[in-house]
Design a binder for this molecule. Structure first.
Ligand code: SF4
Length: 430
């Protein structure tokens, strides 16, 4: 199949500022930022995540990440029981002991994250100070950092944002006289990272680094002269930390589907002065493969209406993908938080009439969803079962985060996540 190739045009500069957005601040139904540990511990192979929290936190990550039978886990919870302010100093000592025992037993750990949570005892603890104290005690073998995954401060994917933002200040500065690598920020599965690295190399960009790196010893140099692409749409604090380091964001859509992935690479090519010919040579085969993989799903999904509840901040790029590449009609696209600049090239491509909502007032949103009668609802686990009971076809949003969906060779898998529930419903004759 030969597809016309074109360098995707950037979104109009005004698109992001003119987008009408329905803002809601009511009851929310989302996971907290601890959930990010599930994919971060797989990505950062010599890191350990120690949640300082309650039994609820321990249950959450244990059930979300599953029990590892053959491997030593790389996350745990230090359970903090209720105690008054007078007991806080002894809590510091207990934390030091837990960390020392852990590091003695696990010489493979090179980076330790102390992850904060909601209980008031944890909020009172100064985890930043604890991390710096423990870093000194265990230097140079282990670096100890901290971030918050608390449900009061973070939703679902913001845990990754907080974790990566905590990493940035510890990156080395680029050596003087050297050109820093192109930085790709956002945790990607290893298979996607390898594919992207190959395509960048074919384009002529051999010097590319990823944040987070697979090994804590490979933190990429970041400083003035660094240019970065976001691979995930929920990295607001990380982007701010990179900007503060002097790095520059390359505006781009997100690498989902044939068009999104091509436009993402094209943004890097444009910024580095790479020719259309070199871009095409590196991306065309993948783009054709992706288009072919999308075809059967498009036949099933074309014209179907879809409603996104806010969950992971991936909703807007996903709505762009399903409308542009699968012919679906987004009715409402909810997102917990809308970063207008980072998402400008995605919102600019949503079909006219799509309602974009930010934040949540869950009962009102459920009413809008019922009134719209969409063919497919993408939502969190807590809403999926009641909506299925009312006759809606649903897709668990969490699957879209846990599955490798970025890049050309994952485009078919991404489309299948939307077509499978529709297919199931059709087979059931509902
Ligand atoms: Fe722990 Fe708070 Fe998350 Fe509940 S919402 S699991 S208490 S961090």
């Amino acid at each position: 199949m030969n597809l016309p190739f074109r360098t995707p045009a950037p979104a109009p500069a005004t698109g992001c500022t003119e987008l009408p957005v329905l803002r809601e601040r009511g009851q929310r139904e989302v996971f907290c930022g601890l959930t990010g540990i599930v994919w971060l511990h797989r990505k950062m192979q010599d890191a350990f995540f120690l949640v300082v929290g309650s039994r609820t936190c321990a249950h959450l990550i244990q059930s979300a990440a599953g029990v590892m039978i053959f491997a030593e886990p790389r996350f745990a919870t230090a359970i903090i029981d209720e105690r008054d302010l007078a007991g806080l100093s002894e809590l510091d000592g207990e934390l030091d002991k837990v960390v020392s025992r852990l590091l003695e037993r696990r010489p493979d750990i090179k980076m330790l994250f102390l992850v904060g949570s909601c209980p008031s005892e944890v909020i009172k603890l100064d985890l930043k100070r604890a991390a710096s104290r423990l870093s000194q005690i265990h230097a140079p073998r282990v670096r100890v950092l901290n971030y918050s995954g608390s449900g009061i401060e973070t939703t679902f994917t913001q845990g990754e944002d907080a974790c990566l933002a905590a990493l940035v200040p510890f990156s080395p500065l680029p050596a003087s006289g050297t050109v820093p690598p192109l930085l790709v920020a956002g945790a990607l599965s290893d298979v996607v990272e390898d594919q992207f690295r190959r395509i960048f190399a074919e384009m002529g960009l051999g010097n590319v680094a990823f944040l987070p790196a697979r090994s804590s010893r490979d933190l990429p140099p970041i400083g003035p002269g660094t240019r970065y692409l976001l691979a995930q749409p929920f990295l607001n604090d990380t982007a701010r930390a990179l900007d503060e380091r002097g790095a520059r964001h390359i505006p781009a859509p997100f690498p989902l589907g044939a068009e999104g992935t091509t436009a993402w690479f094209a943004a890097a090519a444009g910024d580095f002065g790479i020719s259309d010919g070199a871009l095409r040579a590196a991306t065309e085969a993948g783009r054709v493969r992706a288009k072919l993989a999308l075809k059967p799903h498009k036949e099933m999904l074309r014209g179907k209406r879809i409603f996104f509840f806010p969950d992971s901040q991936l909703e807007i790029p996903l709505a762009r993908f399903v409308s542009q590449e699968l012919g679906m009609q987004p009715v409402e696209v909810g997102t917990p938080y809308l970063h207008r600049q980072h998402l400008a090239q995605e919102t600019g491509q949503l079909p006219a009439g799509t309602v974009v909502s930010e934040g949540q007032d869950v009962e009102k949103q459920l009413d809008r969803c019922r009134a719209a009668k969409p063919h497919l609802v993408v939502c969190g686990l807590g809403l999926a079962n009641p909506l299925e009971a009312e006759g809606f076809t649903t897709k668990w949003a969490i699957e879209l985060v846990f599955t490798p969906i970025q890049g050309y060779d994952q485009a078919g898998d991404l489309a299948r996540l939307f077509s499978r529930p529709m297919d199931r419903q059709m087979r059931l004759g509902v």
